[in-house]
Design a protein around this ligand. Sequence first.
Ligand SMILES: [Zn+2]
Ligand SMILES: [Zn+2]
Length: 342
Amino acid sequence: MEYLGEAVALGIDSIIFGICLRQYFHCKNAIAAVKAAEFHEVGENLNTLVNNSPDNRVGYVAIRGAVKPLGKPLYSMTDKRSTGVIQKLSVKEHVVARTTAGFWSDQERTMQEVYNSVPFALQQGGYQVEVVDPMAADILDLDTISDYFEPCIPTIADHIWGFFTGVRQRGLQSTEEMLRDGAIVTGIGELSKSVTKPGSLSLQPPLSGTPFYLTTMSVGSLIRNLDDKKRTYRWLCLMFGAIGILIGGIMARRYWKDQEQQRHLDELRQSLDASRKERRRRVRDKDLREDQLCVVCRSNPREIILLPCGHVCLCEDCSDDIIDDCPVCRTGIRQKSAAYFV
Ligand SMILES: [Zn+2]
Ligand SMILES: [Zn+2]
């Protein structure tokens, strides 16, 4: 309990450090995998590649082609001329909220997010590769079709309400994004013969857990993008690692100081005990009868009464070490008191 504050801080720091480290390695492995993946334009060569591979499956490959819906495309909600295969509709609430430090800051809250999709393929020159499970992609680049901000006009009552609740409405932002019909996309994933349509090929998330990408970036830009992320996570790892070491250091320093203080107190108590014993020794009566001597040391006078048995059989020095039972009758000691003979 003594180090609760530091322990909580260290715990939170370790969790953040762990997440950053995981992301760092995720980026690092993804970069290595993308660099090692062969790049092909969609075409006849892909059939040859798959046919020559074990199990007719290429573990990780980058292919490029134009998006083509397999069936009816999706129509944009705001621009009827735009068609696509993946549609993301989101509504965000913009507010100005009072932070714990007392400042007002702009914040966004996602109120609704809907994805729609239809089956599609990447095609070029009459050849096509069906894309399976596109929503599982780590990076899914979508075009913004519309982005509309509707501001709120606050009334006096809203201002007063906002002052007390610490949240003021600014407006609603509605965004529509799409993976457009005809967009040139680089898909990086596992290529195999299609299960549903014999004779055609499909690209899907790799079984090995390597990330699946559907991006309008080139492979080079994707690698640069991942490299930037990797660098950011490396900095975060170093920062949170350093904070962890710092907190650990503070805890160790506090522990050492507490120990030192305890040792000091013990020494003080021992020297006080010793001086008290010495004082008692000096004032004791040396000339005592046998039945007046402490039953343990046989040299000091009997000075302490043990309760509840009532035996006066110990000197004060010996009574410090005897805490359980009376040495005469073995009754448990509940209380000790100084005894005076007059
Ligand atoms: Zn004694
Ligand atoms: Zn007794």
